[in-house]
Design a protein around this ligand. Structure first.
Ligand SMILES: Cc1ncc(C[n+]2csc(CCOP(=O)(O)OP(=O)(O)O)c2C)c(N)n1
Ligand SMILES: [Mg+2]
Length: 358
């Protein structure tokens, strides 16, 4: 088996913004809307990085470069379908209807950022690598048993495919034909570990063979390929034909988190070469050359994105701060005695000024 011919990279828009495939399943208006979303999310992500550097938020995991993979997949779902994100998937969550200020609130340690609006079917962001992949199978399987016809998409990274949870989830979903579209964003790195040291297979998509399910490899920086392929794969899962494994090939443009320095383990040659494949510039070039995006449009989209993000920063910063002792409150439904004792001790140390608010 040659994985590169069995699982060829699906691409419609190449890295220079040239159309190299069929785009009949996406309208001009949808593409213009995708451009607006890509810019909004990039603006948000860069603002979050700066806020952390200014000491206004805590640790944050940037997703610049991965916006198309997230939006393309989220856009292929229907209202009522499930999203099961990792810590790097704010793009998908916001596209699905989670407020723009949630990532900031999350990086301020405020658990309200885990309270998903009632009209959005999504789980809070998961930090335990690969855990949400199992949860997505449970959600999809229960939806199938209740004839709700809901598809679930778990988002996870290349590193997550080395966890047992990933394999258990694919196996179970294949056995019960749960309507799950597993979306792996292969951003080439798991913190400082490159995929070459993480797996023996040439592709992630080929792992679908082991579970006898559909597998597909997509250029995750090409929003047209992502959206069109995901539409097909979501329809496949919804039809009862079984789950799908999608490998979205992308690149983490920045650091793993604000606590990381990728220059210590990544060649600048690689970073510069792969940055040229990022999703926004190619869509922008295509739209401009097709006469669908003027200079005024570009400026307006930029300005609106900045204004929306500033509004989100304000909302997050005006949000009532959490009391530090509230850390203890959401661990169990009913607080255990040892936890009550620890909470009391903690409050006492706060009163003595041992720990400061903020
Ligand atoms: C079960 C578990 N093991 C280890 C970690 C520490 N950890 C946090 S992020 C990460 C790398 C994940 O890489 P990948 O799945 O490729 O996702 P990416 O961060 O690239 O989006 C690891 C090992 C964790 N959070 N959970
Ligand atoms: Mg990764």
């Amino acid at each position: 088996m040659n994985p590169e011919t069995e699982f060829p990279l699906q691409q419609v828009l190449d890295e220079n913004g040239k159309l190299v495939g069929d785009r009949s399943q996406v309208t001009d208006d949808e593409l213009k809307d995708f451009y607006r979303w890509l810019v909004l999310l990039r603006t948000l992500d860069q603002r979050a990085w700066n806020l952390q550097r200014q000491g206004r938020i805590g640790t944050y995991a940037p997703f610049s470069g991965q916006e198309a993979a997230q939006i393309g997949a989220a856009a292929a779902l229907n209202k009522g379908d499930w999203l099961c994100p990792s810590y790097r998937d704010w793009g998908a969550l916001i596209y699905a209807g989670v407020p723009l200020y949630y990532p900031f609130l999350n990086a301020m340690g405020n658990p309200v950022s885990g309270k998903i609006p009632d009209d959005v079917n999504a789980l809070p962001v998961q930090v335990v690598i690969a855990a949400q992949i199992l949860h997505s199978v449970g959600l999809a399987w229960s939806s199938k048993l209740q004839n709700q016809n809901r598809v679930a998409i778990p988002f996870f990274g290349d590193g997550a495919t080395s966890q047992g949870d990933f394999h258990e989830a694919l196996n179970l979903a294949a056995v019960v034909k749960a309507p799950v579209v597993f979306v792996c964003q292969n951003n080439q790195w798991a913190i400082s570990v490159p995929i070459s040291r993480q797996m023996n297979t040439k592709t992630i998509a080929q792992r679908a063979l082991a579970y006898d399910i559909e597998g597909v490899r997509v250029d995750g920086n090409d929003i047209i390929a992502m959206y069109q392929t995901l539409k097909q794969m979501v329809a496949h899962a919804r039809s009862g034909a079984g789950p799908v494994l999608v490998e979205a090939v992308t690149y983490r443009l920045g650091a793993h988190t604000t606590a990381d320095d990728p220059t210590r383990y990544r060649e600048s040659e690689e970073a510069e070469r792969l940055a040229r494949r990022e999703p926004i510039s190619r869509l922008k070039t295509y739209l401009q050359e097709a006469g669908l995006l003027s200079e005024e449009d570009i400026q307006r989209v930029d300005e609106e994105a900045k204004a929306d993000v500033e509004d989100a920063v304000k909302k997050a910063e005006q949000y009532p701060k959490m009391a530090p002792e509230s850390f203890f409150d959401n661990v169990y439904e009913t607080m255990t005695d040892p936890l009550k004792k620890q909470r009391g001790q903690f409050q006492a140390s706060l009163a003595q000024g041992g720990v400061t608010h903020g």
